[in-house]
Design a protein around this ligand. Sequence first.
Ligand code: GLC
Ligand code: MG
Length: 612
Amino acid sequence: MDKTSEKPKSFCTRLCQGKLCIPLIAVTVLAGIAVALTTVLTSSSVRERFPPDLKWWQKSIVYQIYPRSFQDSDGDGVGDLPGIISRLDYFTYLNVKALWISPFYPSPMRDFGYDTTSHVEVDPLFGNLFDFDNLLREAHKRDIRVIIDFVAGYTSSDHPWFKKSEQRIEPYAGYYVWAAGKTLDNGTTVPPSNWISSFGYSAWTWSKTRQEYFYHSFTPSQPQVNYRCTELREEMKNIIRFWLERGVDGMRVDAIAYMMVSDQYYEDQKPSNKSGTQWWQLAYWIPSLTQNVPDIGLVVKEWGEVLDSYDDSDSDTDHSKFMVVELYDPPKIRNRYYAYGADMPFNFDLIVTMNPVYHTYCDAICIRDVIQEEYDTLPDGKWANFVLSNHDNKRASSRLGSLYTDALIVLLLTLRGTPTTYYGEEIGMEDIVVSFAETRDPWGINYGPDHYQEVSRDPARSPMQWNSSSNAGFTEATKPWLPLHPNFRTINVETEKNSTEMATIKLYRDLAILREEPSLQYGLLTFGDVTPSILFYLRSAQDNPDYLVIINFGNMTLTHDFSGPPVSKAQGRVKVATSAAVNEKRFYLNSAVTLSSVTLNPGDGLVIELQH
Ligand code: GLC
Ligand code: MG
């Protein structure tokens, strides 16, 4: 929105904004029609003008805890639920009000909990259900919501359901995706089709017991459940009810794109002709038969109904139950999940694009386009979201370089939409280097000693860095389950909190508090004239101060004029600035800044308040 061309605020412009405006004289006569108009006008620019009724998951940051790596309480080198409880005050400090906890269910840990043997218990490694209830109670006491990880697409091959399914014991016989092999002319039996698993090689594995193949989107120890089986479907809904009864606030649905496969098990996928891929890799094929098949929508809809049936929100309390689904597809595909009933599909576009390790460099113009695409493609009335890192990818600060650690936080926490923070991001944690011998991630192990680094997710899963004592305060054990980053003596919660200087954690906290301002929480986002280095945008909500966000994503010091549209102001006040900018005394918090000439080093980011 161009502020310079904004009409004076009258009842008329508030109501319908400029071009749709009804002459003021007619307003009295047409008041009734006008009121009706406000309710039917759905263009976002109109909606933004009034404080929307936001749900808790639209107001808070969602913070992802990878429980193995967050806090160990019993000295076994692996984080656990009592460990998380002992750290809950940390979230009050950070002003984070929603936690998503990656799986803590019983598991042989071949994929670290994304391979469950029960969906309704806690693995002894992490504690027990009593600990979980305690965690929930303690979190709620602090006004913090807790979201569980719903691993709904597959179980461990050790799950009792699978054992019984292999033996064709009812009602379990149809709980998984089974198919007879194809018999070739020479008499040999091969998998029903060429479907490939995400971790490489055939997605079909032979069961000696059942004498049939079972399908798995990931490792063979993660057989896919069959949502075409009514009993299984009901079983999964009961699992959701089980956690809702305990009081959880919602769920992150794991690997939604893979939730169901086509029932045409014998049909082959077509090659994608993607360069650099080989037949045994998923990307070599167009996954039309195994990913995002339309029937998934019916399942998501049913889950949404279960969640809604536990929503007893009234005008004073917001007890809405939240569903976010995990998939890596572009808006055209992922936005279908809004219509299916999810509150939001994770938007991983900033992970996928801002990834010089695998892709071409994404400059500030590219970042702007990725963000704008999210807003432009969002179905009407739906809520955007952004993610920079998670347990499946390299950390953002390692992808771009530590020079941009703070800038990335400024970006994530000032966009319009729910941000998800991966544990440690708020202090600037970076990826560790892991030898093949130390590699624990099945994906890495599967790729072997020469290629494991291309895919292993261990580097981003190192223990949380709490302080500068041995093992960073993560564990009393001599050795944590994955090595600590050697930088933990300087990059850790305590050192950063107690520093007399600006530090990443303080920047994060300042932003987490500032983003409660209406303009940052729900106000419009308008990009300025972005250059390949300088990203800048204005956040504005009516009757509130505007905020100008400026980031230098380039590699040179640059001086830029921000006083033109959409800012159209000569001066502002620095509310938040990245650590180096403050510590090198180039900017002073709460001081005036002249917008016609702002000099920014690479990695500098500022949030500037503009008074009307
Ligand atoms: C999801 C999880 C990932 C896991 C995969 C297979 O994508 O995020 O960590 O490996 O499912 O279980
Ligand atoms: Mg432990």
